[in-house]
Design a protein around this ligand. Structure first.
Ligand SMILES: [Zn+2]
Length: 241
């Protein structure tokens, strides 16, 4: 069942306050219209009664689709707080697992940190793709196109609309301007090759080691690698001191 609660919301433009009902959880198998609203960026949208400003409230949201055996937790989190976001999610899940009936068929549980990641994940799962493999592909695309796709400034997003039976499509998005800038392709044949390679004995462990989760993101991994390599090797004494 979908769930709504009331929230006091302040207009970001004129600061007028109103109490409004927003979705905490949506069950799109029961209410497919909510999936449509989410994809059209109309879910949890608010119009200010005073100035008419239309804005979207970014809040925690649970997306469930029984048909796809899919459960995605959206916890809006800025880049610099990804680590804390993961820790909070893990402790929340362990609390939750005590409340679930034993015979419940566990769906695959996903954690995303933005609405863009949520929409991407929905399309990816609906296309029958594996999220770790797709992030692995992104990792290789970032590495191969390092001059064009700097993970610090560019995000790579799976693009279901332009993907074909022969190619998986990825768009390059500028993180700051949100502009879509370029398209990269990856052959479905190569994807199938990866599926085979990683399903071979022992190899799937490598993929889980690279992307242990719960937040599975090639860009987050690359940013972490970059910040670790920039950390000073040693603390040489400063001649000034
Ligand atoms: Zn307003």
């Amino acid at each position: 069942m979908s769930q709504q609660s009331s929230y006091p919301i302040r207009c970001p433009k004129c600061a007028a306050e109103q109490t409004i009902s927003l979705y905490d959880a949506i069950n799109v198998a029961d209410e497919p219209l909510l999936r449509k609203q989410l994809l059209e960026n109309k879910l949890n949208a608010v119009t200010c009664p005073d100035c008419g400003f239309l804005f979207r409230v970014d809040k925690n949201l649970v997306y469930s689709d029984a048909g796809q055996k899919l459960l995605i937790f959206l916890v809006p989190t800025p880049e610099e707080k990804y680590e804390q976001g993961e820790e909070q999610f893990i402790s929340m899940l362990s609390e939750l697992s005590g409340m679930l009936p034993d015979d419940m068929n566990a769906p695959s549980v996903h954690l995303v940190f933005s609405r863009v990641e949520l929409v991407e994940r929905i399309f990816l799962i609906e296309a029958g793709l594996d999220e770790r493999l797709v992030e692995y592909i992104k990792y290789t695309l970032y590495t191969r196109n390092a001059s064009q796709v700097d993970p610090a400034r560019k995000a790579l997003l799976f693009n279901a609309t332009d993907s074909t039976p022969d190619h998986l499509c990825f768009v390059v998005q500028d993180v700051e301007t949100r502009k879509l800038e370029a398209m990269l392709q990856y052959t479905r044949e190569a994807y199938d090759g990866l599926v085979e390679m990683f399903s071979a004995d022992g190899n799937s462990a490598d993929l889980f080691e690279l992307f242990p989760g719960p937040h599975i993101s090639a860009r987050a991994l690359l940013l972490r690698e970059m910040s670790e390599s920039q950390e000073p090797e040693s603390f040489d004494s400063d001649p000034e001191n």
